[in-house]
Design a protein around this ligand. Sequence first.
Ligand code: FAD
Ligand code: ZN
Length: 203
Amino acid sequence: MTERKVLIVYAHQEPKSLNGSLKTIAVEELSELYHPEQFNYGVEAWEACKNGSLSEDLIKEQRKVKEADLVIFQFPLYWFSMPAIMKGWMDRVLVQGFAHDFPQCYDSGLLKNKLALLSFTTGGGKEMYSDEGVSGDIRYLLWPMQHGIMHFCGFSVLAPQICFAPEYATEEERVQMLVSWGERLKTIWEEKPINCAVDGYFK
Ligand code: FAD
Ligand code: ZN
């Protein structure tokens, strides 16, 4: 089996949150299946050198992205988007010259050949995020994150993992949310990316 690397970018204040549990499931599931390759300091240092003008913490994050075959973003939905701290990560890490460099964007973005997946929880129920629901189709809020950020940087986007309203779910339903996430991760490398271009979204 080919060894692959996954980077989980996780934003939640509380480790005991459902987001914390979803992250733990992913770490357990993915590290059981795939053992990380050895870190090659020489190669990494050389890479970091080329981006010498950036601060060390950003270089570290970029190195993780560079090594990853799949980046999972795990977060609670805040104001129809990701939490500000995660948005800050995007602003600071996915910079021009690293993630994109016009005209190298979308299918020719610099992070092409990598996969990205949004895994998030909501406060609102599934019915609220339907076409007729008060919040509107969930695809409207996926659009800026999936197309405007991930695809723009070249990532191929896997279908999102959405846990609707865990706070209002029963314990059993919450356990089921975690189980289905773990199950999905077992075959994650077989998944085909979604069509997240304009024609795929708004046809
Ligand atoms: P938690 O409250 O941590 O989880 C729910 C329950 O699951 C908890 O009781 C926890 O103990 C339990 N749990 C944890 N692990 C396990 C386990 N292993 N097994 C069983 N149970 C477990 N929502 C929207 O829909 N749209 C918005 O625009 C929006 N904007 C927001 C903006 C802000 C600033 C804030 C603070 C919230 C917003 N919300 C919004 C709500 C937010 O998305 C939800 O509160 C959040 O997604 C819930 O996820 P959580 O991980 O915090 O849940
Ligand atoms: Zn797209």
